[in-house]
Ligand binder design. Structure first.
Ligand code: BT5
Length: 323
């Protein structure tokens, strides 16, 4: 269900507020916005919403995102969706341009890789997907996951640099698509390709980031964490999303310039697990023990097994073995 349009109208009216022509539909829409956490005030026949850095209002995100980076940003906000990636794929089929951003306050069927689930409770995290129409060859598109990981890493660093939190969160990247805080997963990335007539026409880049403690799946507290758990402070979601978009835009320009190796070097600078680390790797079929020995120029993981044989992994699940 899309966020009622009246929220954007109220948000755009600023402190003066929006003069209301009262109707049952309008009352219902304002009630819905409030129920989903938007503190709309109605006073003297005018509706207002106080601006802060946390609220995910489509028009605010669109104007802020356009001013920092994505000139063509088009934001569609949903209270609830199955999956923002699925919505983005559907919109690609209808011709959605690059820079279309879909976000939801809650996902009921958030997707991980290989048919897994991404738990996405209401208002607790950031769940969003960006439509991209890369000009680079399809074989290089996986590098977009690395660019997104770097963007998340930098945005999390910014929290301390901009004094929004007192603690350095020390984010760490784990191949291929995880962002960790204190060794636990705080964000995941799902890159999917939209194919039309056998030709890849767009990439949809989905990101799930746990922000408040409620976003950590109850059964996964050993493996997962949230930004606010690590920061021990409240963290404004829209500010964070804007930082992620700005950093990703920077990385995407490097990608579109064909400088894939530069993106991979940036990724390596944010991770300690890509060289000389004992891992267990599952490639979907079997699990083996190995040692990491670098990344290829397109971000595939090089590994060496116990008998000295080397292999290159394009996808898979990696666990770090502590000696
Ligand atoms: C991922 O998959 O990490 C990709 C997650 C991408 C989610 C975003 S949200 C917006 C967009 N729309 C979508 O539908 N998806 C994207 P994978 O590496 O396969 O990890 C999935 C595994 O992470 C699950 O099997 C759980 O073990 C764990 N997990 C599920 N929910 C989690 C959460 N909220 N926080 C941390 N771990 C979680």
């Amino acid at each position: 269900m899309e966020i009622p349009f009246v929220l954007d109208r109220i948000a755009s009216a600023g402190a003066a507020g929006l003069a209301l022509e009262r109707s049952p539909e309008l009352e219902q829409d304002i009630g819905l916005c409030r129920a989903w956490g938007y503190p709309v005030e109605v006073d003297g026949g005018r509706a207002r919403i106080a601006r802060n850095e946390d609220l995910l209002v489509p028009s605010w995100l669109e104007s802020e995102g356009r001013s920092v980076a994505w000139k063509g940003l088009r934001v569609r906000g949903f209270l609830e969706l199955g999956s923002t990636n699925d919505e983005a794929l559907a919109r690609v089929r209808d011709g959605a341009p690059e820079g279309t951003l879909i976000y939801a306050l809650r996902q009921t069927a958030g997707k991980g890789r290989m048919g897994r689930k991404w738990e996405s409770p209401a208002g607790a995290g950031l769940y969003f997907t960006l439509v991209l129409r890369p000009q680079q060859p399809l074989g290089a598109w996986p590098v977009l996951t690395h660019a997104a990981s770097v963007a998340l890493h930098r945005a999390l660093h910014d929290l301390k640099a901009h004094r929004l939190v007192a603690r350095d969160l020390a984010p760490e990247l784990k191949w291929p698509n995880d962002v960790l805080l204190s060794g636990r997963k705080v964000a995941g990335i799902l890159l999917e390709t939209a194919v039309k007539g056998g030709i890849a026409e767009a990439a949809v880049l989905g990101i799930g980031l746990n922000v408040s403690p409620d976003s950590v799946p109850p059964g996964l507290s050993d493996l997962a964490t949230a930004v606010e758990c690590e920061a021990r402070a409240g963290v404004p979601r829209r500010w964070l999303l804007n930082r992620i978009l700005a950093h990703f835009h920077f990385g995407y320009r490097i990608f579109e310039a064909g400088r894939f190796g530069d993106v991979i070097e940036q990724w390596k600078a944010c991770s300690t697990m890509w060289d000389g680390v004992d891992i267990t790797v599952n490639d979907g079929e079997r699990t083996v023990e190995a040692v990491t020995c670098g990344l290829t120029g397109l971000g595939a993981l090089r590994i060496r097994n116990g008998s000295g044989g080397e292999a290159t992994l394009l996808a898979g699940d990696v666990r770090i073995r502590r000696r």
